[in-house]
Design a binder for this molecule. Sequence first.
Ligand SMILES: [Zn+2]
Length: 300
Amino acid sequence: MLLLTVVYNSSVECIINEIKDIKKCFEHKRMILGIAESIIEDTHFIKFFCSDDNLSDSSIKAFNLNIANMLYKIVIMEFCKKEMNNFLTETYFFLRYDEIKQIKPKIQVALLGEGEISGPNMVYCINRKNNIIDKITKCIEENNEINISGFLTFRTKELKMDLECIVDKVVEEYMVEKEYNEFIKLLKYFVEIQESKVGEVNILIEKNGDYYLRDEEGNDLAGDMLMELPKVKFDSKENTEEIIISTMITSAPKKVIIHCAENCKNKELLQTISKVFVDRVYYCDECTECEKIKNGINIW
Ligand SMILES: [Zn+2]
C-alpha cells in the first residue's frame, strides 16, 4: 500500500539522509518500508510503501510522526537560514552583533528541542515544538502527497508564530543570564574595592534551610538587621537571603565558610556567593557546629 508521496527539489538534498534514518528506524521495528524514487527534471518523487500485513494503526501513526519530524527539521533549517536574522534584528534591535552571534546556536538547540531538559524554559520550548509537530502530523494525515517547497511556502507562515515564541524564550533567558552576570560583576567589584570589616563569615544552614550568619567569634552578624525589618518581612526567606548577601557585601570578609551547604534550599544563593567571593569561599561539614546541625541540636 502506498503510504505517502514526498515531492522535493534539489534545494532540500538533506532530505535523503533523513529518509535513510526513517527507513532504519522502521527496520528496527521489523517493519519494511518500501521506498521508490523517480526524478523528473529537477523534481524528485519519493513514494513510501508498506506491505498490507505490516500495516496497523500504530505503524501508520509512527510513520506519520517520523515524516512530521523530518518536515519539522526542514522547516527549522529554512527558518534559521532565512527568517531568524530578520526577526532577531527587528525585534531585538538592542542586541549587539556579538550577542546575536552567541544567541543563535542556543536558538538552534532550542528549536530542535535536542538540548538537555535543564529547566522550565526548555520544557516550554519542547512543548512548543510538539505543538508544531502535531500541526504537521495533521497535515500529513490529510494528504497523500506532500510537496516540500509548497509546504514551506504555505505552512511556514502558520508555524512562524510558534517558532518565534521559542526564539523569544531563548532571548529572554539570555537577557536574564546577562543581567545576572552583570550584577555579579558589580558585587564582585564592590567586595574587591572594600576593606574587609570582618575576617571571617560563617554561614550555618540548618536542616530546615534557615540561615545563621556569624563572625569568627560566633557573634551574630545578620541578627540586628533582621530585627530592624517589620515583622511581616521577617518571615520571608527571600528577604533573609537578600540580607545575607547585603551583609556579606558590606562586611567584605576575607574568608567565607559555608557550613552544611547540603541543607540549603536555594542553591542559587550559594552559587551567587561563590561567584562573588570566588576563592574566599570554603565549605565545611565536620566542625562542632556542623555536628550540632546534623544531630538536630539547637545552634541558636
Ligand atoms: Zn562546619
